[in-house]
Every structure is written in structure tokens, then in C-alpha cells.
Design a protein around this ligand. Structure first.
Ligand code: HAM
Length: 420
């Protein structure tokens, strides 16, 4: 019986993978220019990390985690995101003694048991970064400048930065009671999730996608209008910083984010034309998270972007991705003796960093040349007994059909030095 791929996962095949690699390389290059270093962390962590880090009341922890007991009976979970692991690692590896702030980026797969739809998968790729150890609005502005420039550099059109502030513990406590009061006589008409959110996390009532709940929440008081003085000042400074360096943004009071660790600045880059799953990149501040996970009080800010959604947006913007590498030269052969010489030349070229093709399927010369054509080789050369005996061969430019006689000994040097 045929075995198919699990629902919500996908193979990224040749033809598509080059696009992913292009973005991943551009991301790493950009982040390193801003002083970030790469971090890798495990695909699975102890479940408590996400329960405490992402938050017990979030949809991710309540419904979407791939959690199982390992053979030792410990509950482990496939990472649904990267921030909790980065913070765990920061604490565990004593990074608070490093020069602050610590800037880390990651390129990971993440796992969420979600309802699958366009742009929403159960295994997906995230490019993300975290800054630990800066509570300055300059960190927020720098992150947003970097992201804006990154997306601009990728030629993406119709991607809008939406920002909001969801305050700190102090203003949030007050706001939650204001919100509860607003919703108190409306709970009967809300969806089951929102009934639960009303008790556990009222702010998430603003994020529900169910029509009747959107209608109920439409006149709810907004946290941005209820910030404490310190949070108000922080948000003002962030927007003033963005204005100063001409980064366009939309203040979107409805952005609350689906993870519990956020405080103050939150943001999303939302794309036109992506359908319902149109948030390409999202993030914000999480100043209490390090402490909550057992470290010393350290502020943090970061983001993650969905690679699948980003590549899709770039395609929609007509971005010309680099195509797959094609061979510089194809080395054909007739007979066993010529094969051995051809193989030596091919391998020497490959070890010198040149993409070279040679047939390894015992094809006829005609079939070999067809293969070279399919692979779109730039040059070809065919070796037979006569060529070996005279140390002379003809290199052909497959595009212009021009030919040149060269000594077999010189082929490697000529190709490497590009003097064919
Ligand atoms: P998030 O909003 O859950 O935030 O995810 C960030 C991005 O990952 C989303 O905007 C989306 O592009 C992509 N994404 C999320 N879930 C899926 C999915 N099921 N399928 C495809 N793409 C998806 C976080 O994960 C935070 N850790 C971001 C962050 C870092 N905040 C501070 N630091």
C-alpha cells in the first residue's frame, strides 16, 4: 500500500528548495550585519517549557502541541515556536554574563496541530530572532527597521507593518477588568473558546475569528487607550523612532498576539493577497519571560516569520528567484578507457568547486548528450580512444555551438580559469 505524507506537512522539492535557500541565506546575511549570531536548539523540549513559556491558556498549549511521553516517561513536546527555547538556552548557558544585549537568530521547523489550510501547516519553517537584555525603544525600532529593509530588499509589495502596545503587567491587570466588564453581559452569545477566554485570558477575546465574536468585540475598549504612563511613553518613543527613519506603519489596536509572553510592543507584517493566513512575520516584546522561566529579570524582543508564507508572498510580488545551478561542463565518454579519464577530470573539477556532470548510468553517447542537454550544461566535451591517444579533445559551447580543440591535460585548468 502506498504511504502518503502526514496531513499538514509537505516535501520541499528541487525547484522550490532553491527559493527557500535563497531567503534563508539572505536572512542570515542580514541578521549577521545587525550583530546577531545563529543558535540551534532541540526540536523537542520538556513540555513544561512551553506550558510556562508560551502560556497555559493559549491555543498553542491547549490544542496544538505535539506532546508525547518519551520512553523514560517524561512528557516532551515538538517545538511549536522558538522563543521559549532561546530563553531557556539563554538562562541555562549563563548568557546573562555575556556582553548585553545578546542577539540570536534561528532557522527552524516548528510543529503545531492546527486546522490545515492555505499557508497554515502542521510542520512549517520559521526564521526568527531574539534580542535579550535591552528594554530600550531603540531595540524595537532597530528590529522593525531590519525587518522592513529585509522585506523591501526581497522586492515584496503590499506588506504592511501593523503595531500595537499591549502594555505591562500593571496596565494589563486594570485593562482586563475593564474588558471583563464590557463582555460580562455578552458571554452567552460567544463561541465556546471565547467563553473560556473570558475566564482565563480576556484579552484573547479580541483575537477571535468567529463572526459573532468579532461582532461582539467590535466596540470593546482597547488596551492602547488604557496604557500606564511608562508604557505610553515607550510606545510613543517607538513610533517616533519609526517616523524618524521613515518606516511606514499602521497602528492596529486589535493586535493582541496568540502567545502569553508579550508585553508592550507587538507587531505583525500583514500581506495583501495571501488569504486568511496573511501574517508573514510577527513578534514583540517579552520583558518578563526570562524571569518567568527561572532567570534574572531580563527584557527581550523578537520575531519570527513563516518561510512558506514569505516565499509565497515573494512569488505573488513577481520576485525573480535564482534558478537551480546548471553544470559548467558535461564530460562525455565512449568506452571504458575514456570513462576512467573522464571520471578523473569530472571529479577534479568538482573538488575545485565546479559543477560538472558525467553519466553514471552506462548510457550510449547519444543518450549522454541528451542528458547533458536536459541538464542544461554550458560546455561539453566527449572523450574516446582517439582523443585519449592524441591528448586532444573538442570542447563545445552548447549555447553557441562554437567549438575549440584543447589538450585533455588542460581541460581542468581551462574550466577553472574560465579560458575555454
Ligand atoms: P507566531 O505568530 O506564532 O509567533 O508565528 C510567527 C509566524 O510563523 C507567523 O506570523 C506565520 O508567518 C508563521 N506561522 C505560524 N504558525 C504557522 C503555521 N501553522 N503554518 C505556517 N506558518 C505559520 C511566534 O512563533 C513567536 N515565537 C514570534 C516571536 C519571536 N515573538 C518574539 N520572538
Amino acid at each position: 500500500m502506498k504511504i502518503s505524507i502526514p496531513k499538514g506537512t509537505k516535501d520541499i522539492l528541487p525547484g522550490e528548495i532553491e527559493k527557500y535557500k535563497y531567503v534563508q541565506t539572505a536572512f542570515a546575511d542580514m541578521l549577521e550585519n545587525f550583530g546577531y549570531s545563529q543558535i540551534r536548539f532541540p526540536v523537542f523540549e520538556y513540555t513544561e517549557l512551553f506550558q510556562r513559556g508560551v502560556g497555559d491558556t493559549t491555543d498553542i498549549v491547549q490544542k496544538e502541541m505535539y506532546t508525547f511521553n518519551d520512553k523514560g516517561g517524561r512528557s516532551v513536546t515538538l517545538r511549536p515556536e522558538g522563543t521559549a527555547s532561546v530563553v531557556r538556552s539563554y538562562i541555562e548557558n549563563g548568557m546573562s554574563s555575556n556582553t548585553q544585549p545578546v542577539k540570536l537568530y534561528y532557522d527552524i521547523t516548528a510543529y503545531r496541530y492546527e486546522n490545515v489550510q492555505k499557508g497554515r501547516y502542521r510542520e512549517f519553517n520559521q526564521l526568527g530572532a531574539e534580542i535579550l537584555g535591552s528594554d530600550s525603544c531603540n531595540a524595537d525600532v532597530e528590529v522593525l527597521f531590519m525587518l522592513y529593509s529585509f522585506f523591501n530588499g526581497l522586492g515584496i509589495q503590499g506588506l504592511h507593518l501593523n503595531i500595537n502596545s499591549i502594555g505591562c503587567k500593571t496596565c494589563r491587570a486594570e485593562y482586563n477588568s475593564i474588558l471583563k466588564e464590557y463582555f460580562s453581559d455578552k458571554t452567552d452569545n460567544m463561541c465556546a473558546d471565547c467563553k473560556r477566554r473570558y475566564i482565563t485570558n480576556p484579552m484573547r477575546l479580541l483575537d477571535c475569528k468567529v463572526d459573532k465574536c468579532i461582532e461582539i468585540a467590535k466596540d470593546a475598549p482597547m488596551l492602547l487607550d488604557n496604557l500606564c504612563d511608562n508604557c505610553k511613553e515607550h510606545f510613543y518613543n517607538v513610533t517616533a523612532g519609526l517616523d524618524e527613519i521613515n518606516i511606514p506603519y499602521i497602528i492596529n489596536k486589535r493586535i493582541v498576539r496568540g502567545l502569553d509572553y508579550y508585553v508592550r510592543t507587538v507587531f505583525e507584517f500583514i500581506a495583501e493577497g495571501l488569504g486568511a493566513q496573511n501574517t508573514v512575520c510577527a513578534g514583540g516584546r517579552y520583558d518578563g519571560l526570562v524571569e518567568q522561566l527561572g532567570g534574572t529579570d531580563t527584557p527581550g524582543i523578537g520575531f519570527a516569520m513563516g518561510l512558506e508564507r514569505l516565499v509565497e508572498t515573494m512569488k505573488n510580488s513577481g520576485f525573480k528567484f535564482p534558478t537551480a545551478k546548471t553544470p559548467v561542463i558535461f564530460i562525455g565518454y565512449i568506452g571504458e578507457k575514456a570513462f576512467k579519464v573522464a571520471r578523473t577530470i569530472a571529479n577534479e573539477l568538482r573538488l575545485k568547486g565546479i559543477y560538472c556532470e558525467i553519466d553514471i548510468n552506462d548510457r550510449s553517447l547519444k543518450a549522454q548528450l541528451k542528458f547533458a542537454d536536459k541538464k542544461d550544461a554550458l560546455y561539453s566535451v566527449v572523450l574516446g580512444d582517439a582523443e585519449i591517444d592524441t591528448n586532444k579533445a573538442i570542447i563545445k559551447n552548447m549555447k553557441t555551438q562554437e567549438t575549440k580543440e584543447v589538450s585533455i591535460d588542460s581541460i581542468v585548468r581551462r574550466v577553472v580559469e574560465n579560458i575555454i
